[in-house]
Each structure stands twice: as C-alpha cells, then as structure tokens.
Design a protein around this ligand. Structure first.
Ligand code: NAI
Length: 462
C-alpha cells in the first residue's frame, strides 16, 4: 500500500492533465487506469483516432475533387482500408505513449487496474488499497444505450466500433445527427458509403446556432449524406452482416425501415461511474448519472472531487482538461478557475464548425439586445484559392457596449479560428477591438476580422 497526496481515477484528458499539474505543483500523484494504454476515450477510441480518419479521407476528397482543377493530373488514390486503420492505430500509439512519457517525466505512478473508493482517503485497485489525501474522479463517459438497440460493435456499432470496421460498408445508418454521427458519417461518405442519418429533431447538432445548423446540413447533403429528420428510431434488428433500422416519423407517426450493412449509434453519452462505489460512499449523482460537485469540484464527500464528462456540462476533452488543471490548483492551495462562458465547441468535419459563447437563439430567448456581424468565406482570398469558400463567420456583440457575446464559424480551420475570439472574450473585448487588430493577409483569420467589422461600419470585402 502506497500513500499519495492525490489519486486520480481515470487517465483521459481530464485525469492525465490533472495529474501532470498536481505533480508540477509538488503533490505526490498517482493515476488509476484499467485500460492497456493511457489517454482515455479521447486518445484511444475518440477524438484522436477519428481525426486521423477525417484527415485521411479529406485527402482522398481533395484528390478526387480538386487535384485536377489545380493541374495535378493522374489517377485518384484507391483506398487501402487496412493501411488506413494501421495509420490510425499508429497515431493512437504515438499519442498514448506520449502520455506515458509525461507520467514518467513528472514522476506520476500509474496504478494499473480499475479503481473503487471504499471510503474517503482510500482507493482500491485489484487487491491493493492505497491511501490519498484527496481523490479525483475523472472516469469520463460511455455511449448511452438506446432502447431496442443492442450494440455488438460489429454490425451495430458505437463510435468505438466505427473506428475499426472490418471493411468499408456499402450502406450505413447513423442514428443521431450530433457531433459523433456527423464526424464519422462524413468519414464514411467520403469513402463511398451511402450514409443515411436518422435524427429525432428537425435540425442537426442540437444547441448550435440555427444559421450554422442550416448551412452545415446543406453542405453535408452536398457531400452525399442523406438526412431523415424528425424521425425516432424504434429498434434495430441485427443479422450477421446486415441490419434493419425501424423508425417512426414524428409528424404523422408513419413507420419506415432502412436496410443497411452497418448502424452507428450516436445518440449521446452518459457518465461512466460504474464500480466506483459512489452510492455507498455518499457521493450524490443526478438522475442522468452526473456526479454532483460544488464550485470547487468537490463532491458531498470531503476530499473526493470529480471533473470532466463524469460531472455536468459539455462532454468535451478540453473542458475536462481545464477542470483537471483547476482542481490541481485547488488541491495545491491555489485558486483554480474555469470560465464556463468561454468554452469552444468544434466539429471536425470539412468544413469545420466551431462556436463559443451564446447563439442568436439564446440571446433572443434572453431578450438581450445584440448585433450580428457576418462575413462569408466567399469573400476571403485564401479560402477561394484553397477551394474552401463555403461557410461564414458570425460574431454576436452587445448592441450597446459592443462587447463580444459569441461567435459561430463554419468554414476552413474554424476550430483554430475560434480561439482568437475566445481570447478576446476572456479579455472582455468589443467587436471593434477585434476589428482594429491587424490580421495577416492572406489568411482565413481575416474572415474573423471582417465579421467583427460587420458589427460596426461594415466589412471591406463584401
Ligand atoms: P449528441 O448529443 O451530440 O447528439 C445525439 C443526437 O441523437 C441528438 O441530435 C438527438 O436528438 C439524437 N437522437 C437521440 N435519440 C434518438 C433516436 N431514438 N432516434 C433518432 N435520433 C435520436 O451525441 P453524440 O454525437 O453521440 O456525442 C456524444 C458526446 O460526445 C457529445 O456530448 C459530444 O459533445 C461529445 N463529442 C464531442 C466531439 C467534438 O467535440 N468534436 C466529438 C465526439 C463526441
């Protein structure tokens, strides 16, 4: 039995970042992780591998659609699926080994196995019980089950199975037009799969700015995805290599069936806290399973903290990382802080979608007087040169004070562009502050400046 200042359960982006910061702040730190490799869902079966497949298939798209236009002639590449998966696995390997290296560098102990918390100050891993002044639950999330649908990770898959299908399916049904469904759906559409997305609501990506939702769906349709909106999936009948998806249209209760080779269930995720012993410990959880914490991420049990997907808020790796760093600061007697008003959300399709702050719908609902400055990528020279002129930047600012309240981008590198708005918002900047900042030409970021100009006297290039 070893004793530590902090034991963190879970080595995903929340847990491993928390551990590194704890160690940097001089705390004796251990992380419990039952997976073979560090990095959690994000590095092993989530963010990172999906980005490898998004990148590879985007290259294919460029070769098929844009190379010839640029005078690059020759046969388009054919898909070697096995090699694409090998490339993806190598990317995972490089990233997870990187975390192992950082653990060694920071003298963080990896306690291999699945942890339980028998009492405050104790963590049991296998037969060993370790003691810790503080414990951080960073156990992440898992796919939520859909009634009537059994995931076998072969024919009916979650995002995990979708990253290692034995072959590229001819027909795929994606249940749920959220982030996972659209990212992975667009990967397979680019590989030639006939992708049908069945979504309960009338819009894609719930919670996003309405104008972005509409443009995004239009672009995805153009890329070959088919949408059945306002349809609730009732059940999936899986055979050995095929499946039937039964759904009901909400508008008239009519029923229909889709015959496909693969079904991707992407209807949300839920906190993963099984086996931790939280109930016996006295840690409170919401009806949806989220661990309840106070403003310092401490649960009802003193010395037991929780962060990331296991608690409330958006299920995003970077939100977990920020909470991990903040908790480490709290445990080291410093002041940990997360600004929940400035957490960007990104969908890594092509084009990317990114947003921060409030949407127009939220501002309208709140009765807030605002102005919207919009600039189309069509007016951006760099985007035109790169066949990336679909989409726009929209900045929302307070009507009176000009303070930036939100930004919504659909277009090239949106996931990177959003960060200048995040920094501006952190500093309480006005749209004019952004507009007066010199932006290098020719860059995509000029579109952000132009949208900021559109909140004032108007953009130059539209
Ligand atoms: P989601 O919550 O984003 O979307 C689920 C969708 O499924 C919703 O639009 C919902 O209306 C629909 N749905 C639910 N039940 C249905 C039914 N019976 N029939 C038809 N449609 C139904 O969930 P998703 O995509 O599974 O993602 C889970 C979590 O992972 C999210 O919180 C997301 O933020 C996170 N994530 C984030 C990524 C990123 O930041 N790029 C990438 C992947 C996941």
């Amino acid at each position: 039995m070893a004793s530590y200042d902090v034991i963190i359960i879970g080595a995903g982006p929340g847990g491993y970042v928390c551990a590194i910061r704890c160690a940097q702040l001089g705390l004796k730190t251990a992380v419990v992780e039952g997976r073979e490799t560090l990095g959690g869902t994000c590095l092993n079966v989530g963010c990172i591998p999906s980005k490898a497949l998004l990148h590879a298939t985007h290259q294919l798209h460029e070769a098929e659609h844009n190379f010839a236009k640029m005078g690059l002639k020759g046969k388009s590449p054919s898909v070697d699926w096995k090699q694409m998966l090998t490339y993806k696995d190598e990317v995972i390997d490089g990233n997870t080994k990187g975390i192992e290296f950082l653990f060694k560098k920071n003298k963080i102990d990896w306690l291999k196995g699945w942890g339980t918390i028998p009492e405050a100050g104790k963590v049991k891993v296998g037969d060993e019980t370790h003691s810790a002044k503080n414990i951080v639950i960073a156990t992440g999330s898992e796919t939520s089950a859909l009634p009537g649908v059994e995931i076998d990770e072969k024919v009916v898959v979650s995002s995990t199975g979708a990253l290692e299908l034995s072959k590229v399916p001819k027909k795929m049904c994606v249940i749920g037009a959220g982030v996972i469904g659209l990212e992975l759906g667009s990967v397979y559409a680019r590989l030639g799969t006939e992708v049908t997305v069945v979504e309960y609501l009338d819009t894609v990506t719930p919670g996003m700015d309405g104008e972005v939702q509409k443009t995004f769906q239009r672009i995805l349709k153009k890329q070959g995805l088919t949408f059945v909106m306002g349809a609730a999936v009732q059940s999936v009948e899986a055979l050995k290599t095929k499946a039937k998806v039964n759904y009901k249209l909400r508008k008239d209760d009519s029923e229909a069936t889709l015959d496909v080779d693969t079904v991707l269930v992407s209807t949300g995720r839920k906190p993963f806290t099984d086996g931790l012993g939280l109930e016996a410990l006295g840690v409170q959880q919401s009806k949806r399973g989220q661990v309840q914490t106070d403003e310092h991420w401490q649960t009802a049990v003193k010395g037991v903290y929780a962060i990331g997907d296991a608690i409330e808020g958006p299920m995003l790796a970077h939100k977990a990382e920020d909470e991990g760093m903040a908790v480490a600061e709290v445990l080291a007697g410093k002041h940990g802080h997360v600004n929940y008003g400035v957490i960007p959300g990104v969908i890594y399709t092509h084009p990317e979608v990114a947003s921060v702050g409030q949407t127009e719908e939220e501002l309208k609902d709140a009765g807030r007087a605002y102005k919207a400055g919009k600039f189309m990528f069509m007016g951006n020279g760099r985007a035109k040169a790169n066949f990336a002129s679909d989409g726009f930047v929209k900045i929302l600012a307070d009507k009176e004070t000009d303070r930036i309240l939100g930004a919504h981008i659909i277009g090239p590198m949106a996931g990177d562009l959003i960060h200048e708005v995040c920094v501006a918002m952190e500093f309480g900047a006005s749209a004019q502050d952004l507009a007066l900042t010199c932006h290098a030409h020719p860059t995509y970021s000029e579109a952000v400046r132009e949208a900021a100009l559109a909140c004032g006297d108007g953009p130059i290039h539209s």
